[in-house]
Write a protein of this length. Structure first.
Length: 147
């Protein structure tokens, strides 16, 4: 593919996919962690362990993976241009929404850290499937580039 990335385009694309996988792995884990966290008493030893697990998951895996995904994604967009087609605009919209979901989970994690339980266990078990819906739609937009 031509563009400013030249021969590094495919390497950039490959790394982008790897970091998307890391980001999504964390996005699948965090709602499940929060569902399990709901089951323990606020202030207990178990509560403190879940707080630390969730903090590490966000700081070591999810946040860095999302950041690198965005950086590499922007590089790829700049390489192909925004006129690539409607598929790209739809993908970007979904990635913005997924980033908002990431922010919402981060807010919930911080509430748990403060001893609050913003939602119940069932809620977190249900939203655990949200990243899968986003990935399904994004892959169907990016691979066939139907429009």
């Amino acid at each position: 593919m031509e563009g400013y990335l030249g021969e590094f385009y495919l390497w950039t694309k490959a790394l982008h996919i790897v970091f998307v996988i890391f980001w999504m792995a964390g996005m699948f884990m965090l709602p499940r962690y929060l569902a399990y966290h709901c089951q323990c008493e606020v202030g207990s030893d178990e509560d403190q362990k879940w707080i630390e697990r969730e903090r590490r998951l966000m700081r070591i895996i999810i946040n860095p993976a999302m950041t690198v995904t965005w950086i590499l994604g922007i590089m790829l967009v700049l390489n192909i241009g925004l006129s690539a087609g409607g598929w790209l605009h739809a993908k970007l919209l979904l990635v913005f929404l997924l980033s908002g979901f990431h922010g919402m989970l981060s807010k919930h994690r911080k509430a748990f850290e403060r001893g609050e339980r913003p939602k119940d266990e069932r809620y977190y078990r249900r939203i655990n499937e949200v990243p899968a819906l986003f990935i399904f739609a994004i892959v169907l937009l990016v691979v066939p580039k139907a429009f």
